[in-house]
Design a protein around this ligand. Structure first.
Ligand SMILES: Nc1nc2c(ncn2[C@@H]2O[C@H](COP(=O)(O)OP(=O)(O)OP(=O)(O)O)[C@@H](O)[C@H]2O)c(=O)[nH]1
Length: 224
C-alpha cells in the first residue's frame, strides 16, 4: 500500500525536566537514553500503521521554555497533544493544567489530548494526588496514563496509539480546517473512504527545528 503524503502532527508539551524527550524517544525507538539535549525543539518524523494504512507522523518534542509554550501560537496548531507532568512535581502538574486551559481557549474544536504523568517509578515520592488528576480529566476530556519512561515502553506505545486513532477519528467528526491538514485528509479520505469522508484542506508549512527521521526499524536518521 502506498504511503500517505500528509502528516499528522503531535506536539509534546510540558514543564521543564518532566521527561518529554524521554517519552518521545521511548515511543519512537523503545529506548531510554537517560540524558537528552535541552533548549532545542526536536521534530521527529515516523510512520504509524492504521491497519495496513501508513500514517506519517510529525512529532514535535518542545523544549520547555514555559513562557514560549504559553505564547507561541504554532505550538497549539497540531492534530494531537501529549501533555506531560511529573508525578513527583506539583508545579509541573499546574503547568500541564495551564497548557490544557490554553488549548481549550485557542482550539475551537475538541483537541485530542493525552495527559501523561511521568516518573511513575518515583511514585513513593509523588506530589500529585489522584483527586487532582480526576478533576482535570473531567474538565478537559482527555486520555490519561501514568508512566515511567525510564522503566518501560508498553503503556507509552499504547497511549500514543490511542491518541493517534482519536485524532484520526476527529477528522471524521469535525474536519478541523487548517492548511497543513489538507493533504493528510485528502489521502486519508481516499484510503480509508468509509471512515474519512470529509472535504480536503490545502498546503503545508515548515518549521525550522532540528529534524530527525525514524525509520521503521527504529534506527535514527538525522536529516537536519
Ligand atoms: N526517574 C525517572 N527519571 C526520568 C524519567 N523520564 C525522564 N527522566 C529523567 O528526567 C530528566 C529530564 O528528562 P527529559 O526527557 O530531558 O525531560 P524534558 O521534559 O524533555 O526536559 P526539557 O527539554 O529540558 O524541558 C532526565 O535526567 C531523565 O533521565 C522517568 O520515567 N523516571
Amino acid at each position: 500500500m502506498k504511503s500517505l503524503s500528509g502528516n499528522l502532527r503531535i506536539n509534546v508539551l510540558g514543564a521543564k525536566g518532566v521527561g518529554k524527550s524521554a517519552i518521545t524517544v521511548r515511543y519512537l525507538t523503545k529506548r531510554f537514553i537517560g540524558e537528552y539535549s535541552s533548549g532545542l525543539d526536536i521534530s521527529y518524523q515516523s510512520t504509524f500503521y492504521h491497519g495496513d494504512t501508513p500514517v506519517k507522523l510529525d512529532i514535535l518534542d518542545v523544549s520547555s521554555q514555559e513562557e514560549c509554550q504559553a505564547a507561541c501560537h504554532d505550538l497549539f496548531d497540531a492534530d494531537a497533544f501529549v501533555i506531560v507532568y511529573s508525578v513527583t512535581d506539583m508545579s509541573s502538574f499546574q503547568v500541564a493544567r495551564g497548557i490544557m486551559e490554553t488549548l481549550r481557549t485557542r482550539v475551537t474544536s475538541r483537541p485530542s489530548i493525552l495527559l501523561l504523568g511521568n516518573k511513575f517509578d518515583l511514585d513513593h515520592v509523588r506530589r500529585v494526588s489522584n483527586d487532582e488528576i480526576r478533576l482535570l480529566k473531567e474538565i478537559y476530556d482527555c486520555f490519561h496514563e501514568e508512566v515511567s519512561a525510564a522503566e518501560s515502553d508498553q503503556i507509552i506505545l499504547d497511549s500514543f496509539h490511542r491518541l493517534i486513532i482519536d485524532a484520526l477519528n476527529n477528522f471524521c467528526h469535525n474536519g478541523r480546517s487548517t492548511k497543513r491538514r489538507k493533504s493528510l485528509f485528502e489521502n486519508m479520505s481516499r484510503k480509508i473512504g468509509s471512515v474519512f469522508r470529509r472535504k480536503s484542506f490545502e498546503g503545508g508549512s515548515e518549521t525550522k527545528r532540528k529534524l530527525i527521521r525514524i525509520s521503521h526499524n527504529g534506527v535514527d536518521r538525522r536529516s537536519v
